[in-house]
Design a protein around this ligand. Structure first.
Ligand SMILES: Nc1ncnc2c1ncn2[C@@H]1O[C@H](COP(=O)(O)OP(=O)(O)O)[C@@H](O)[C@H]1O
Ligand SMILES: [Mg+2]
Length: 464
């Protein structure tokens, strides 16, 4: 089902409220105006009629009969009022102001109605207002005083006012609709742009697209800004994932190519001396070992990216450190290892990941040291932290390479020569482990002098 766009909904609501308000206000003004005009007319009709009646009674009081009545109304300002005095037979006794129009009913009938004011129309549909009063003497109806005014002018101006109001209301509503639509469109433009951009990205995966924005820092401006920031981080994540996959395939292809090449050589080298064969097999084994290591590390990072669940427990760095050193001493004899692991250096974390972290740091320190160098491994409680330090006297990292050592697949130039089996994935894994444990990792290194890596976690010693 197609829903009504929010812009249209807003415009319709706006018009509805505006229209109702306009109709309410304007119709009240119109009705008040109309009423006051007609009341004014009635008022002048009544007052003129009353005056004439009073004069009539004065004359009758002098003993003059109605048919002999001689009245002069020179000073009477009629303002369009026409009047007549008639006896009960309808004989006109006095008139003033012009020709009197008569309704279709007789005067006694008219007077019998409760309301002495009557409105009627002639054959041309011109309306008249008439006021009828009886002239009574000694309980005998002698005649009538009729006063009348044509409503033609006032009806015309009221009609004019009515249509004027209708035109203005329609015009105002159209204006309100147009301006409401324009405003709603303008207001919702950023949302429309976000929708378009999101649609385009959904179709093309072009995360480099951004929503254009005039820079106003209102609610929608902030929405656009946040949306663009989100796109930026999506783009970064997308690009780094792409790079990661490309690098991983490249790294895996190299040992596979070497192994395949060596297999080809061995297949067709019947008369190759045994020693040479052993050398080739040794090469293949090294490449296979490197590949297993690479695959294991890639798996760790893939799980990290997928937001792997970690089982937390209390881990004693002292105990894990000793285990790692025991294992490492088996294969490293050229470097002296000095360790100073304080007891009860407890952190909240995963024992396996902590062990992996120590292996990565200590292995780097040993691999990138010269024979005869020293590696110090320390762990101590300091304030409410557990601080781990791995310090070596190796060839260090130069200033150019230092900012990149936590990037996936990055390997220093000297490191490649010294330890060709490396993958460049150790430190990225180390950093991920530290982040998962809300810790911090810092590196200090000087080329030719050595490297110092410090890691710290919150201690849980106080909590147990
Ligand atoms: N202790 C160290 N001494 C000198 N260089 C180091 C040290 N630790 C790390 N590096 C540098 O950081 C790079 C990345 O390290 P890492 O991620 O463990 O990958 P890899 O050891 O496989 O090269 C290394 O190639 C090296 O250049
Ligand atoms: Mg390493």
């Amino acid at each position: 089902m197609r829903t009504i766009p929010i812009r249209l909904k807003l415009t319709l609501w706006y018009c509805l409220i505006f229209g109702l308000l306009m109709i309410l206000i304007i119709s009240s003004i119109y009705l008040i105006q109309r009423r006051s005009h007609y009341n004014e007319i009635d008022h002048s009709l009544v007052s003129i009629s009353e005056y004439i009646l009073k004069e009539t009674y004065t004359e009758l009081g002098k003993g003059v009969s109605l048919s002999m009545l001689q009245l002069e109304f020179k000073n009477l300002s009629l303002n369009g009022v026409v009047f007549a005095i008639e006896d009960i037979t309808g004989q006109s006794i006095a008139t003033g102001g012009g020709k009197l129009q008569k309704p279709n009913i007789t005067l006694p009938e008219m007077h019998g109605m409760k309301e002495p004011l009557h409105t009627f129309a002639d054959q041309d549909q011109i309306r008249y207002r008439m006021y009828v009063q009886t002239i009574v003497n000694d309980n005998e109806v002698l005649g009538y005083v009729l006063s009348e005014i044509s409503l033609q002018n006032i009806d015309r101006s009221m009609r004019f006012l009515f249509w004027l109001i209708i035109y203005f209301t329609v015009f105002g509503l159209c204006l309100a609709a147009l301006s409401g639509w324009y405003l709603a469109r303008k207001t919702f433009q950023p949302i429309a742009m976000i929708t378009d951009t999101a649609k385009a990205i959904a179709h093309t995966q072009g995360f480099e697209q951004r929503v254009m924005h005039d820079g106003a820092r209102d609610d929608l401006g902030l929405l656009v800004e946040t949306f663009n920031e989100m796109l930026q981080s999506l783009e970064n994540a997308y690009l780094s994932q792409k790079r990661f996959v490309e690098n991983a395939s490249h790294e895996l292809r190299t040992p596979l190519t070497t192994i395949r090449g060596n297999i080809d050589i061995l297949q067709f080298a019947d008369r190759m001396p045994e020693s040479e064969k052993q050398e080739i097999l040794g090469d293949m084994k090294r490449e296979a070992v490197r590949m297993s290591r690479l695959v294991a590390e890639l798996l760790t990072l893939a799980r990290a990216d997928a937001g792997q669940e970690i089982a937390y427990d209390i881990v004693d760095i002292h105990e894990v450190g000793l285990e790692v050193i025991r294992e490492i001493r088996n294969w490293s004899s050229l470097v002296e290892i000095e360790c100073q692991l304080d007891p009860l250096t407890m952190v909240w974390g995963s024992r396996d990941l902590m062990k992996q972290l120590l292996i990565i740091l200590i292995e780097n320190a040993i691999r990138y040291s010269q024979p005869g160098g020293t590696v110090w491994i320390r762990a101590k409680n300091q304030d409410s932290l557990v601080r781990i330090e791995v310090i070596d006297t190796g060839f260090g990292v130069n200033e150019k390479e230092l900012p990149h050592i936590f990037e996936r697949f990055f390997r220093g130039e000297l490191a490649r020569i010294q330890f060709p089996a490396g993958t460049g994935l150790g430190l990225p894994i180390a950093r991920w482990i530290v982040e998962q444990h809300q810790g911090q990792i810092k590196v200090h290194s000087e080329q030719g002098k050595g490297t110092q890596i410090m890691v710290q976690f919150a201690s849980v010693r106080g909590a147990i």
